[in-house]
Unconditional design. Structure first.
Lengths: 201, 189
């Protein structure tokens, strides 16, 4: 009888834990749905257009501004447009969970997958938040801090993480919200395969 | 009194267990949150952020199992006091931080609503400690005792709690290695 009780109680606890995990998963999905529905009601970009992000960011073919900016992670002063290579601008925000999760894949792409172009992260936030972000999520690319959201607004970016890929001529070739690893690899693979291609779309 | 103790234990246990899961799933995110609160020095913040999710999970499981109820209430009261200090300090600084109380499950900013919520939970945690009459052992209402599986002083349920936490951490570690992870974008202004 003791063995039966033991088995039944262990079984019950397993069920309880599984149900808690299921509940957490459902609540998370509901929260994400609610957020996306909220965005579709209030934001300029419709929720179902977020992955392609056709309305967010500058228009395809627009030119990269010739700005000189100071990086906050030891890469010194850099010019956004360099005529020799493609430039990936990645817009992030310290408190956005998607941005936190994309740091490791981005570093991995930059370190080991042979991306020879430039990648620059525009990090929108105040000093303490950006410092804490870079301490926990060290990036292997130059990071420009956007304290007053001026750069983010200049590029008309409303979502993060958001990627803009400029070709060697300084024209915007593609843009997208980086919703999954594939989005990042698509952006970077495009840059690696056709570094000097004319803008598409 | 026992009914109050059981009800409050199950309530607080569930809340802390649920709140610990997103933090265990994304530990670096919680380290960032604690650093961003800027209450402790960076090295202490990191230690705090690495310990708290496991502690919340352990306390939650212990309360649900009726183990060490008196101690659990005290630890929860200490945790809630630390949260209240962190929130109050940042409210005084005028910073609009995200609370990250339940990770990505529920997003909300720090404010008076959060202070009131944590204060109520703090009172409930103290009530759990005060109404517990079983000292450091298993509560008389614990399923393990009711089923005759463990005596009042048995440590067997504690090992179950530790085992469940280690299994969850391993599970979340494996899941986080999943390559096709989806990142949901956040509206930034």
């Amino acid at each position: 009888m003791t063995g039966f009780w033991l088995a039944s109680y262990i079984g019950l606890w397993v069920i309880v834990i599984v149900l808690i995990l299921v509940l957490v998963g459902i609540l998370q999905q509901l929260g994400l749905l609610q957020r996306q529905v909220g965005q579709s009601r209030t934001g300029p970009t419709q929720a179902d257009e977020v992955p392609s992000s056709a309305q967010d960011g500058p228009g395809i073919g627009s030119l990269l501004p010739d700005l000189r900016l100071e990086s906050v992670n030891g890469f010194g002063t850099l010019t956004l447009w360099e005529s020799t290579n493609t430039t990936l601008l990645l817009f992030m925000s310290p408190m956005c969970e998607g941005c936190q999760k994309i740091v490791d894949p981005l570093n991995e792409f930059i370190d080991s997958r042979g991306y020879t172009g430039r990648a620059v992260v525009i990090l929108r936030g105040d000093d303490p938040a950006c410092q804490a972000f870079l301490r926990v999520f060290p990036l292997h690319v130059p990071v420009i801090q956007d304290r007053d959201s001026l750069i983010t607004q200049e590029f008309a970016v409303h979502y993060s993480p958001f990627g803009l890929l400029y070709d060697a001529a300084g024209s915007l070739r593609s843009k997208r919200v980086v919703v999954r690893n594939d989005d990042l690899s698509t952006l970077l693979a495009d840059a690696m395969e056709r570094p000097n291609a004319l803008p598409v779309k | 009194m026992m009914v109050i103790n059981i009800g409050l234990s199950l309530l607080l246990g569930s809340i802390f267990l649920v709140s610990s899961i997103p933090k265990l799933r994304h530990p670096k995110g919680f380290v960032f949150t604690v650093l961003n609160y800027r209450v402790l020095p960076p090295s202490l913040s990191t230690v705090y952020a690495l310990v708290v999710p496991s502690l919340e999970c352990f306390i939650g499981l212990c309360l649900l199992m009726g183990a060490l109820v008196c101690v659990d209430g005290g630890i929860i009261a200490l945790l809630l006091t630390s949260y209240l200090i962190a929130v109050s300090v940042n409210m005084a600084r005028g910073r609009a931080l995200e609370c990250n109380c339940f990770g990505a499950l529920k997003r909300r900013h720090i404010g008076w609503g959060l202070v009131i919520q944590d204060s109520v939970l703090l009172l409930l945690a103290l009530a759990v400690s005060i109404t517990s009459s079983d000292g450091l052992g298993l509560a008389s209402w614990s399923l393990f005792r009711l089923a005759g599986l463990a005596s009042a002083q048995s440590v067997f349920p504690l090992f179950i709690c530790i085992g469940l936490i280690l299994s969850s951490m391993l599970f979340f570690f494996i899941v986080s290695r999943e390559k096709r992870k989806k990142f949901f974008p956040t509206r930034i202004y």
